[in-house]
Design a protein around this ligand. Structure first.
Ligand code: ITT
Length: 196
């Protein structure tokens, strides 16, 4: 039993390998190095399905994909699906964080609510498709802090914690994040569909 992981983001690969090692034992998760489709969907779900579908078609194997991002309440849910390139194409990842911090720099603590979203999608070569959504609620901090994680983790404080997502004890993000929630829900669906 094999599944292709349709992402080129090494941080997602690392997190998903740790999450799926625990929740999906006995299924081999292969890295996908085929062509990247154009992500021109208008939602996380559309983009996740575009990626899973392309990998399933290219490899002939079941494929799973992750489309994710940070949604800031007072910015109407942005950066959202544009999280990877919020400061513009080709910009350093740190610029994305700085832009969000600047955009909401005038906001009081009660107006700094945000959440990470992850849509986990599954596509089978026979055209079967499923997707589920995970949400990790919290707040945008006033400055970046912490060495762990990736992307927007240093400016995001998950509810119930006093530190940024980049400062959590090892294993906490893997257990609680938007990605953990979405793939936690996708795994039983996947197991059921892959049953011989
Ligand atoms: P693939 O499409 O190849 O999977 P990508 O990085 O382009 O890789 P997305 O289009 O889903 O993936 O963009 C996700 C962006 O959202 C990512 O680059 C980060 O900036 C941000 N993001 C997603 N999950 C995150 C997390 O757990 N912690 C911090 N930032 C995250």
């Amino acid at each position: 039993n094999r599944v292709v992981l349709a992402t080129h983001n090494q941080h997602k690969v690392d997190e998903l390998r740790r999450i799926l090692d625990v929740t999906l034992p006995g299924i081999e998760v292969l890295a996908y190095d085929g062509p990247e489709p154009v992500e021109d969907g208008a939602t996380f779900a559309e983009n996740a399905l575009i990626k899973a579908r392309a990998a399933a078609a290219h490899t002939g194997l079941p494929a799973i994909a992750d489309d994710s991002g940070i949604c800031v309440d007072v910015l109407g849910g942005s950066p959202g699906i544009f999280s990877a390139r919020w400061a513009g194409p080709g910009r350093d990842g740190a610029e994305n964080l700085r832009l969000v911090l600047w955009q909401i720099s005038d906001m009081a603590d009660e107006h700094r609510g945000a959440h990470f979203t992850c849509v986990a999608a599954l596509a089978l070569p026979d055209g079967t498709e499923r997707h589920v959504t995970g949400i990790w609620p919290g707040q945008i901090l006033r400055e970046a802090t912490g060495e762990g994680g990736f992307g927007y983790d240093p400016i995001f404080k998950p509810n119930g914690h006093d530190s940024s997502a980049a400062d959590l004890a090892p294993g906490v993000k893997d257990a609680e994040s938007h990605r953990a929630i979405a793939f936690g829900e996708l795994v039983p669906v996947l197991t059921e569909l892959l049953r011989p």
